[in-house]
Ligand binder design. Structure first.
Ligand code: C2O
Ligand code: CU
Length: 615
């Protein structure tokens, strides 16, 4: 690897970024990009693993969308933020400079970070926030990931503006498992809030009220033609007739699963969450928040302009009224000579409607691992830990001046997570007691018909706690997530595990049956993911091997559910050797002082025995 080719990659990355930063930005990017690339060879290995350096400057800048202006914290003055480009197995250092006014952390979503939870990012789980006017350098270690991933803030709801794509190219030795595409395009789907979303969320959590809804969805930072004051800035993707493009799609929306389609163009999904899939030919995809997809798109239609559209898939309510129903759009535009002035672009007729649950299931049920010689599957068979975890909306019950009261929360196995003001990783590594307990339950406190129209009253009772699950190194784990209809509030929950990918071996409607359902597991080519939606009123089974020691967050990727406590932490113990143990902490970690978690109030009087009484 010569320096010349390294700078070519840097240039490509820069030009990609300037395309993305197509809003009114001056071109004076603040040290965006690869400041330096050093190549080094592992002795005895043919492939060179590279080290890349990036600077992320977090600063509030002004944005005008939907006819109004506000300031928003973003990275390097762009929304979405800069693209990180690596080759499989590389390492990246990102120095995050916080020039904003509150503490922030960043997570590298889908990067396994072998033995390195120190740089994983979730606030109060693996680190405390990077305070204003300070900086912290993340060391992001890539291993077996290949395809598209992304990064985002993992503190409060800051990720609304602080997110971007990660591109992991295959090594030269292997290449893509499909013909080399002619070019690539990155599309990041997001949420736009007219207000100051962090402030609103903090207020809502304090008051126990529902959290804010976005005012629109955005495609590469833009709402598109169908929203007010937006049609001058609609994002455009220029294509050449005859070329095949690798579309890298990221769902960075805060609280929504999204349908996505391009008018008259078929999509071939070839990868997801940094792993390859057997090609799926489709005219739309459903992508859950947190997920990423690699999609081949052939520019093979008559020269013209075609809408690219994203629309919320809302599994919760068939009577959708109170959120943005307008489609976010961009335009796919062929280069060449044809008249664009007269014709409005064609809208994708294949885009399912808001409440179309069937299309979502039909699509996700088609996903399969590539499972070929070069990309073998390795599904745990000798399960040593089995968990059955209900994902629910719940009530926290507490005494208010002698009167039993309750507040809305969400929970896993009726435990609603509470952050402490020191992160779990530090407490674990330094053996500090009093910050978490190791009694996250393997089963819900009571069994009933979870998906019935009427669930028992006490099913809604939950306790608040900082309860983690301990796993031994290399345990083979099976988790069945069970959706519930508690509060008549069943909906999809996109569950995400840090530090790992898992195989989704089965899913279905209703209650999981531990006799019959495992017989239908796919142990041949199940899809490998880091984020998967537990279907509304249904169950989902997944497996992984606990081969990455550390402290890893498990959570619903709907931010409102995360804020309400729908998460837990898995601590994977060290193996017997230094190579199977957590690495040494970096010399500097953001100190755990200065800020305390913004979350549901921890009710001091909360009846900690409640879990026992519903047993
Ligand atoms: Cu996309 Cu816990 O993160
Ligand atoms: Cu959820």
């Amino acid at each position: 690897m010569s320096l010349a080719s390294a700078s070519t990659e840097a240039d490509q990355a820069d030009s990609l970024r300037s395309e993305k930063g197509s809003m009114a930005l001056t071109s004076g990017f603040l040290g965006i990009g690869l400041l330096l690339i050093i190549c080094w060879m592992l002795p005895g290995l043919a492939q060179a693993n590279m080290i890349h350096y990036y600077d992320f400057v977090l600063k509030e800048i002004n944005f005008t969308r939907l006819c109004s202006s506000k300031s928003l914290l973003v990275v390097n003055e762009s929304l979405p933020g800069p693209v990180i480009r690596v080759t499989k197995g590389d390492t990246v250092y990102v120095n995050v400079h916080n020039q904003g006014s509150y503490g922030v952390t960043i997570h590298w979503h889908g990067v396994h970070q072998p033995r390195n939870p120190w740089s994983d990012g979730p606030e109060y789980i693996t680190q405390c926030p990077i305070e204003p006017s300070s900086n912290f350098t993340y060391e992001i270690i890539f291993s077996d990931e290949e395809g598209t991933l992304w990064w985002h803030a993992h503190s409060d709801w800051t990720r609304a503006g602080v997110h971007g794509a990660i591109v992991v190219l295959p090594s030269n030795n292997t290449g893509f498992p499909f013909p080399q595409p002619d070019a690539e395009e990155i599309v990041v789907l997001g949420s736009w809030y007219k207000g100051d979303v962090n402030a609103e969320v903090a207020e809502d959590l304090e008051a126990g009220a529902d959290t804010p809804r976005s005012n629109s969805y955005i495609i590469n930072g833009q709402p598109g033609d169908f929203l007010p004051c937006s049609n001058q800035s609609t994002y455009k993707w220029r294509v050449d007739y005859g070329k095949t493009y690798l579309l890298r799609l990221v769902n960075a929306a805060m609280n929504a699963e999204l349908y996505f389609a391009i008018a008259q163009h078929s999509l071939t999904v070839v990868g997801m969450d940094g792993s390859y899939l057997k090609p799926v030919e489709t005219d739309f995809v459903m992508i859950s928040p947190g997920q990423t997809m690699d999609i081949l798109v052939k520019a093979n239609q008559p020269l013209g302009r075609y809408y690219i559209a994203a629309r919320q898939f809302d599994s919760a309510r068939p009577d959708v009224t109170d959120y943005d129903q307008t489609n976010a759009t961009a335009i796919l535009e062929y280069s060449g000579n044809y008249s664009t002035s007269s014709s409005t672009p064609i809208f994708p007729s294949s885009l399912p409607t808001y409440q179309d649950i069937k299309s979502a299931l039909n699509f996700t049920n088609r996903l399969r691992s590539l499972a070929d010689q070069d990309h073998p599957v390795n599904i745990p068979i000798n399960i040593t830990t089995r968990m059955y975890i209900t994902v629910t909306m719940n009530n926290v019950v507490f005494d208010y001046e002698g009167v039993s009261s309750s507040a809305l929360s969400s929970a896993l196995n009726n435990v609603s997570w509470i952050n402490q003001d020191t992160d779990v990783l530090l407490a674990y590594y330094r053996n500090l007691s009093g910050f978490y307990t190791t009694d996250f339950p393997d089963f819900p406190p009571s069994f009933f018909n979870f998906t019935a129209l009427d669930v028992p009253d006490n099913a809604t009772d939950t306790i608040q706690g900082t309860k983690v699950k301990m796993l031994d190194y290399n345990e083979e784990v099976e988790i069945v997530f069970q959706g519930t209809n508690v509060f008549d509030a069943s909906e999809d929950h996109p569950m995400h595990l840090h530090g790992y990918t898992f195989y989704v071996v089965g899913s279905g409607g209703g209650n999981f049956d531990n006799e019959t359902d495992p017989k239908g597991y796919n142990l041949v080519d199940p899809p490998k993911m880091n984020t998967v939606s537990v279907p509304k009123n249904g169950w989902l089974a997944l497996r992984f091997k606990a081969s990455n020691p550390g402290v890893w967050l498990w959570h619903c990727h709907l931010d409102r559910h995360l804020s309400w406590g729908m998460n837990t932490v898995f601590i994977v113990r060290n193996g017997d050797t230094p190579e199977t143990s957590i690495r040494e902490p970096p010399p500097y970690l953001p100190p755990c002082t200065g800020s305390s978690p913004i979350q549901l109030l921890h009710f001091d009087n909360s009846n900690e025995n409640k879990l026992n009484t519903i047993n």
